[in-house]
Design a protein around this ligand. Structure first.
Ligand SMILES: NC(=O)c1ccc[n+]([C@@H]2O[C@H](COP(=O)([O-])OP(=O)(O)OC[C@H]3O[C@@H](n4cnc5c(N)ncnc54)[C@H](O)[C@@H]3O)[C@@H](O)[C@H]2O)c1
Ligand SMILES: O=C(O)C(=O)C[C@@H](O)[C@H](O)[C@H](O)COP(=O)(O)O
Ligand SMILES: [Zn+2]
Length: 372
């Protein structure tokens, strides 16, 4: 039997419970674990070109050693792969490999692969089981957990998708060794998010331990485990986001609008959009008199120290248009009968859901933020 992971976070959803294992060498032991949990099944690995180079050989060797049959479907790396065209390729790849409904899809990669492969698993043969093997920091702390899967539309981020929970999450810390630094920083934005939502102590701990997390010391595994535990809490409370789960969207209404406006390109990674979005959500809350402005300053200082952008003007490649941002914001999935919902804050660790936010107020705020 494989050795115990450093951390295990259990997600006890009724009838769909699963474990998140966090540790070193999990790719090497994946074959044995999968064989024990899914006896007699075949496997379809979905990955992207960069992860296929950096991490697929470890997983494939492990499945081979355990005698597991597997096919691989590879998409180009990058956010643009969360599209109907790539979804079609993945689903057709699953069918061409004759994977049956009872077989298992493995998402090996960052959040793009996880969202795309998870959605393909949700619809291929009307629903197949899938396992998340997150290889980016962002995927290990956020996207591999909780069952949101999907693709983007020119109208907005993640507008097409399904809730489909994985059967297992294997977060191998060794995979992060090959992750580019810009991608690591982008993932860190989602780590900081959990502190900003409702855990001031975690945010302060991050301020103390950020360097060690980036350098790969023991704090890294702890940061990931605490993030997964935090996300699990929200998912258990509100799996389908009818209420409190929306807090996980802190910074995302602004961030998603920016990602759509930049064409889901390298100009702005998701985590970078979230960093700018969280800075804007704090600044907007302070401007409304809801939160102390010192907290905005502190949040921005922390994100900047992590190498993240915090202003719209930090996005390279030309000016963004206010009208376009407002159009994108109007497509947010939290809109109810045309009214905007934002995650605002009373300060660090004190985020809350605000319905009926006045679009004119958002527009006036963004008009200034674009110039800042
Ligand atoms: N479903 C959810 O709950 C959820 C949560 C947060 C974010 N997301 C989504 O996740 C996506 C962002 O995820 P991401 O930041 O992981 O981006 P990503 O999947 O594009 O991965 C980042 C980049 O790093 C590369 N990469 C990943 N792991 C690597 C490794 N170990 N070694 C070398 N290269 C590696 C990838 O090929 C890619 O180029 C967005 O689409 C976002 O909307 C979903
Ligand atoms: O899991 C959630 O819930 C989140 O909101 C996590 C976010 O970090 C993530 O980016 C998610 O994909 C956003 O969801 P969406 O429903 O706003 O598209
Ligand atoms: Zn996110």
């Amino acid at each position: 039997m494989p050795s115990a992971p450093l951390h295990t976070v259990h997600v006890p959803l009724e009838g769909r419970a699963y474990d998140i294992l966090i540790g070193k060498g999990l790719l090497e032991s994946a074959g044995e674990r999968l064989k024990a949990q899914f006896p007699g099944r075949r496997f379809g690995i979905v990955t992207d070109t960069a992860v296929a180079r950096a991490q697929l050989p470890r997983l494939a060797a492990s499945l081979d050693a355990a005698g597991l049959t597997h096919a691989t479907i590879t998409v180009p790396n990058g956010e643009a792969s969360k599209s109907f065209a790539r979804l079609n390729e993945v689903v057709e790849g699953i069918l061409a490999a004759r994977l049956e409904r009872g077989d298992i899809i493995i998402a090996l990669g960052g959040g793009v692969v996880g969202d795309l492969a998870g959605f393909a698993a949700a619809v291929a043969r009307r629903g197949m089981d899938f396992v998340q093997v997150p290889t980016s920091l962002l995927a290990q702390v956020d996207s591999s957990v909780g069952g949101k899967t999907g693709i983007n539309s020119p109208h907005g981020k993640n507008l097409i998708g399904a809730f489909h929970q994985p059967k297992l999450v294997l977060a191998d810390l060794d995979a992060l060794d090959t992750l580019p630094p810009r991608e690591f920083a982008a993932g860190y934005a989602e780590v900081a998010k959990y502190g900003l939502i409702d855990d001031e102590a975690y945010f302060f701990w991050l301020e103390e331990n950020r360097r060690e997390i980036f350098e790969g010391g023991p704090a890294r595994a702890e940061a990931i485990a605490r993030a997964c535990a935090a996300k699990t809490r929200f998912v258990l409370a509100d799996e389908k986001e009818t209420g409190v789960r929306a807090l996980l969207n802190l910074g995302h209404t602004f961030g998603h609008a920016l990602e759509t406006a930049t064409g889901y390109s390298d100009r702005l990674l998701h985590g970078e959009g979230v960093a700018i979005g969280m800075a804007l959500a704090h600044a907007f809350s302070a401007r409304k008199g809801l939160a102390p402005s010192q907290d905005t300053t502190r949040v921005i200082a922390h994100l900047k120290a992590a190498g993240l952008p915090t202003r719209i003007g930090d996005i390279p490649g030309g000016r963004l248009e206010l009208d376009e941002l407002m159009t994108n914001i109007a497509q947010d999935k939290k809109v109810v009968r045309g009214a905007l919902t934002f995650i605002l804050t009373r300060g660090i660790g004190k985020a809350f859901i605000e319905k009926n936010v006045d679009p004119a107020e958002v527009r006036a705020f963004l008009a200034e933020a674009i110039e800042a």
